[in-house]
Each structure stands twice: as C-alpha cells, then as structure tokens.
Design a binder for this molecule. Sequence first.
Ligand code: SF4
Length: 683
Amino acid sequence: MTATHCPYCALQCGMSVSPELRIEPREDVPANRGGLCQKGWSAADLLTVPGRLTSPLMRASRDSPLEPCSWDEALDAVAARIRSLQAGHGPDAIGVFGGGGLTNEKAYQLGKFARIALRTSQIDYNGRFCMSSAAGALNRAFGLDRGLPGPITDVARADVILMVGGNVAETMPPFMRHVTEQKEAGGALIVADPRRTPTARQADLHLQLTPGTDLALANGLLHLAMTEGLLDEEYIAARTTGFDALRTSLNGYWPERVERITGVPVAQMRECVRMLSAGERSLILTARGAEQQAQGVDTVTAFINLALGLGLPGTEGSGYGCITGQGNGQGGREHGQKADQLPGYRKIDDPAARAHVAGVWGVDPETLPGAGRSAYELLAALGTEEGPKGLLLFGSNPVVSAPRARHVTERLDALDLLVVADFVLSETAERADIVLPTAQWAEESGTMTNLEGRVLLRNQAVEPPEGVRTDLEIIEGLAARLEAPGVWSTVPPEVFDELRRASGGGIADYAGITYERIEKEGGVFWPCPDEEHPGTPRPFLDRFATPDGRARFVPVEHRGPAERPDADYPLYLTTGRLLAHYQSGAQTRRVASLVAAAPEPFLELHPDLAERSGIEDGALVEVSTRRGTNVVKARLTDAIRPDTVFLPFHWKGTNDLTNPALDPISRMPEFKVCAVRITAKAG
Ligand code: SF4
C-alpha cells in the first residue's frame, strides 16, 4: 500500500492505495483519523473513468473536430501559436489560468512559466473564486493568511464553535469527527446559514440569516457584546489596535435593526454572543457562504473583529479560522499562481521580492512582468481588443465554475488559441483548440498544503496510463520549445527544492520543509524557515504577523448584496456543494457511484414558496436571473428560507445565473447571492 492523500478537498484525508487500486483510510493522519467521505472511498475510480484521455487532441481549424495527434505535434503547435500571437500583440497576448487543486510544485512551476517563459502578467487561478476574501481579511487583521489558526485537532478543544456559511457535514464529513468530539466534551456548535444544512441540523443554535447579511450579523453580535459588557478589554488593550474607531462604527448596529436586516431574532443573537463569550475558548470559522460576496473581505473582517473583541485569537483551540475548500486552496495561492504574487506569498510589485525570486530563477528582475488581471477579469477580457488572445488552462473548468459562465464561455470561444491540460474532456476542454492529457493524483507525487497550513506529501501509487504526461512534463516541454531561461525539472522533489529557495524569507516560507521531513513528521506547518525549525502549527500565540505584533480592528459597514430581490426577480438565489460531488464536477460526475448518489441538479425551495408559485415537488422549474435561465427539477424542503432558493453548482448551468460583481479588495465574485425569479415550466 502507498500512503497518500485524497484527490479532492482541503481536508486532504490520508489514505493508502494498493497496486490494485484498493483504498484504505489512514488512521495516522489527524485530519481524518480513519474516516473518508464517499468521494474519498471512490477516489481510485477516478483513474479509470470512461473517457479518460490518453492522447493529445488538436483541431485542424476552428470548425474541425478534435483529433488525436502526437505529443510533439501538439506541443510544437502550442509553442508556434504562442510565438505568433506574442509577436503580433506582445507578451500579454497569452494568459494562463491555474487551479487550487494543483500541487505546490505545479502551482510554482506554472507561475514561473508565465513570468519567465511567456513573460506575461496575465496569470491567475480559480482559487480566486475560493478563499481570496478570507485571505484579504486575514492579511489585513493578522498580517498572515493561513486557514485554520492551529492543527485541526484544536477544533475539539473549543468550548463553542460558530461556523458561518460552512457546511462541513456535507462538504468534508470527516471534519465533523472533530466537532463531534468537541460536542461530546460538552462543547456547543452554532451555525449561521440561510439553509438548515446537515451541519446546521447538528447545531445547538442555528442562525438562519438572509443571504448576504453576514456582515451585519457579525457587527450586531459585537455591538451586543459591547453593550452587555462581554468584551475582553484586557485582551483588546494588550494584543490589538484600532478598537476605538471600531467602537464608534458599531453604533448603528443595535439589535432590532440587525434583526430587520438579517432576519435573525434578537434573542438568538443574544444567546449566540453569550455562548461565545462564556467559555475560555471559542472558535469562529467562516467558509464560502460568508466569503463569496462582493463585500467578502469586509464580511470576514467583521467576524475577525468579533473574535478579537471577545479575546479569542492567540489561544489554542480558540480564535478565527477559514475552512479552505479546494484540495490545495492554501498552497495554490502561495507560490506564484496569483496575478499579484510571487513565490513565498511575496508581492509582485515589491522590488526586494522581485530581486530574490529573479535570482532563484536566474533572470534579470527587470524582465519580470507586473501584476495582471484577477481571475474573473482575466476570463472576461479574453479575446477582446485589450485582453489575451490565447489561454493556457490547467486544472480548471470555468465553463461550469466561473460566474456568469455563459459570458465566460463566449469569451473562451473568441480566443485565437485555447489550450487545456486535463485528464478528460471537461466542458472547457471540449471547446479547446488543443487538449493535453494529464496524469492525475495517485499517478504522480507532489506536496499539498491542507486547510491547517500543514504541508503534506501525496505519494505516487501507480504508473500513469501510456500516452499521458504530468503537468510538470507539459510545462517543461513548452518551456524548452519557447527557449525559456532557467531550469525546468519534471521531478517533483527537485521542483520542491527550488520552491523552498524561492519561498525562503517570504511570508509563506517553506525553506525548512523537505520531502523527508514531511514523511517522518506526518507533515510540516509553514512558516518553517530552516531545517532545524519545528514548523509553526499556531502562528498567533505570542504575537500577530503585523509590524507591531498586534492584530488590527478594521471598521466595516454592511452594504448588502450587489443585487437584491425586486419586482422582476423577487427571491434570493444561493449556491453550494453536495456530498457526492466536488467543484465543477469534472471529476465526480464521471464516477458511477457518485453519479448514482446525486445524478442531476435540482432547485431547493420552501413548500410555502412552491405553493405560491404553483410548483410541485419534482416538477421542472425555470430559474432566471439577469444573466440567464436554467431549467431544473424542484426539490421541496422546509430547510430553506421561503425567500431563498438553492442550486448546487456541480453542473453546467448554475453559474450561468450567478453575479460576477467583485469584491473591491479580493476580486472575489458574488457567487453566493443574487436576485432570481422562478416559474413552473409549461408543458
Ligand atoms: Fe476527500 Fe475531502 Fe472527502 Fe476527505 S472529506 S475523503 S479529503 S473529499
């Protein structure tokens, strides 16, 4: 058996894989301790899904079908067309779009490839759609963006957990083992969510708020803590700055007004804040429900303000944390895939950062491009006069997963060159000019950084099928053809050694982490500046990562969603995940057992709303927003607010409806709330 980790979410459950592709959960990995969800149990099926690509595909012309070709033909054609487009339009004529599921080595190499092989500024990745709002808020308040404040086993030590916009019982079930342990030890769980999700059903208190009002709720809770004398004044004086300005800004968030905005009764808010302040340790966690909003950074900031006001961060089992979604959502943003960052979480416009990274890459810092467009802005600019004319896409499926996806699809179709590296013909790969078949997960080694900030090793368990290449091999093949400077190893530990040097001295410092240490120690927490350093499981115990070591209170105001219900679109639409599927479904919709568990999308709506709208359970419904219409079957449940409907986003169509309004800091689109109309489908 080969010890490795799950191909899917950020929990990165430990599993062992036999040569015959039998899966066994690992007991020695704290995240899952012998548990797996149904996606993990069926992970081996991914390697043999029907339609697995084993040869590059290319079109003779835009209207021709994709036909098999050799690797040399495919890579020669990609390189020639890149050269031609850049000769005509400059380096930014080519864009690169990466993914939060790529290993650290791939994320690093892709960022380097964009900057020194293509010399383009136009690179970003789908992680921008995942955790960027929490990242922005964490940086602003603590000076460091790392998901959970400590090892996942600390969750069980919290007296009270407040989970906002997170549904771990469905998205990452083994996480609930830690919550169950916490509850069995006498702890309590509070969930804030517009739906009574499987997680909310296990909560001691469920705050069923109106979509897009999370920020007002957080400010209201802090206002209540203030007026009821529940603030930790000693902590505020010792470990924070900026509370006086915040105190004034909270004046408008008196309980009755917050109840009107959020729909959460004052009594529930009061109970929530009393519970949070009663114990020695409380943990406030946010996930996409709070973060995927056009005021996502401010929303997370409001919950961090609440945590700081109650004196929570800086104690084991206490504080604020973000529940990362994608498998390498954390590591994927640390090594240079982001439009504005270089490896080590360095700012791309920082001269010292540019000099350091250019030194590792063996190039002149003056030749490095500056910051490019964020993910949605990059996709929306494709094929326009000013935007890229060609796109290389790794580990992403924006035809399903981007907001306002139909528009993004039109932009992809307007390109002169679309190259997709994937293991199957995803909805995006189907539209490509050239498709490069990739090895996946158990067929190659690499490191992943999980939701704890722990760097883990995914070991190769089996050989990839003949005809496919790893992403590192594809990047090397293109770099060689483009006569890129520097070294382009295809061996993961060698790439990791270079990544360690590039990250050294940066915020996300991996310099002291080696494959050997990860194996021996069961993972190493960053920052870890040298091989003698033990790693940093809890980064805020003594000080925060700000210049003066204090956390920052930042006043934030409720603005509400960019689009609110009105006469034409009278309801809220929110979206989310199901137990059986992952992200765009490109992987899980090909696994038979997962398809059997959740075969198709549906619209979840309250029976009262269904009756008012003349919609029966199981009947077809037209779901329309200002961006498009989707037709799905109705599923009636009283677990959702009567003013809100829910669509899972694993199928094409859901994101045709979502709103690309962007957060001004993180550039996160507002996936989680927009205005919608539903009508029974005639006939
Ligand atoms: Fe895989 Fe996440 Fe399920 Fe664990 S919870 S088995 S990491 S999908």
